[in-house]
Design a protein. Structure first.
Length: 287
């Protein structure tokens, strides 16, 4: 079977999205009748969603959307804003995680957290001087993943915000219920040297995690001494690389946080659904 283009929506994926599309709100006390010449009909939601995916995948400007394929670019952008305000992309990410947990099982026992900085030349919110890019404007995303690299939480801030200041918010931002209590397995959290300090350890312990704060060099040394040793922190770096494959978020051109977070959540949903394996059936995302 031919694989779909990265912005095309398979039937399986659309079946999961369609139920979350917000319905137009109308006054039940009024009667609505379309007048002759009353303008164009609303675009098909599936085509609008494909247009949003096209922008996310290719990184093109909203105004550069091919009109012949997706219709009015301003209309697609407005739908994106409306759907983000309605929580569609967060709900889709959450829905993907719940399905993934049922089919594969979220690996809660070993989680990993780290931040990554991106250029943000036009951002007006959650932006700061990037210390690794000659003080140019940048943003930071703080990401929490499970043991297999599945994204569980995302928080954004300015590039000049230290990773440790985003630790608590990222741990509190998991979008599905986290197993907790006496009957659940102990959960470990892997961090790098940026999180060294008593406050970071306390934030981790307060949330019933066992902290493992180790610089990358220590893991390399441990691997040399013990061939059976398997580093666990690297999965969050892999997940950051998956996000960077969506060119619209590789460099942040979105001015407002809501737009950038909406794109991040949609990318997270695609990553999660792509991880779901189904025996003798096509991939959910690519058909």
């Amino acid at each position: 079977m031919k694989r779909l283009a990265s912005w095309k929506v398979s039937d399986d994926f659309w079946a999961r999205v369609e139920t979350l599309i917000p319905k137009p709100q109308r006054d039940p006390s009024k009667t609505y009748q379309r007048k002759a010449g009353g303008g164009r009909k609303p675009p098909a939601p599936r085509k609008v969603f494909e247009g949003i995916l096209y922008v996310l995948r290719t990184g093109c400007q909203w105004k550069a959307l091919p009109k012949s394929e997706f219709g009015s670019s301003s209309s697609v952008h407005q739908y994106f804003l409306d759907w983000e305000a309605a929580g569609l992309f967060e709900q889709l990410w959450q829905k993907g995680l719940l399905e993934y947990d049922e089919m594969e099982g979220i690996a809660w026992e070993w989680q990993s957290l780290d931040g990554a900085m991106v250029k943000a030349p036009l951002a007006l919110e959650s932006v700061g001087r990037n210390p690794t890019d000659r003080g140019k404007k940048g943003s930071k995303r703080s990401l929490l993943t499970d043991q297999k690299g599945v994204p569980l939480s995302i928080v954004i801030s300015g590039a000049n915000t230290h990773d440790v200041k985003l630790l608590a918010a990222t741990l509190d931002g998991i979008i599905i219920d986290r197993p907790d209590g006496e009957d659940s397995k102990k959960q470990h959290l892997c961090l790098d040297a940026a999180y060294i300090g008593e406050q970071a350890k306390q934030d981790v312990r307060d949330r019933n995690y066992i902290p493992h704060i180790r610089p990358r060099g220590e893991e390399i040394e441990e691997k040399a001494k013990n061939p059976e040793f398997k580093p666990k922190r690297w999965v969050v770096e892999v997940c950051h690389s998956w996000f960077n494959r969506f060119r619209k978020i590789l460099v942040r051109y979105e001015k407002m946080d809501r737009s950038y977070l909406g794109l991040l959540m949609l990318a997270a949903a695609v990553i999660v659904f792509r991880k779901i394996k189904r025996q003798n059936q096509p991939n959910i995302i690519y058909g």
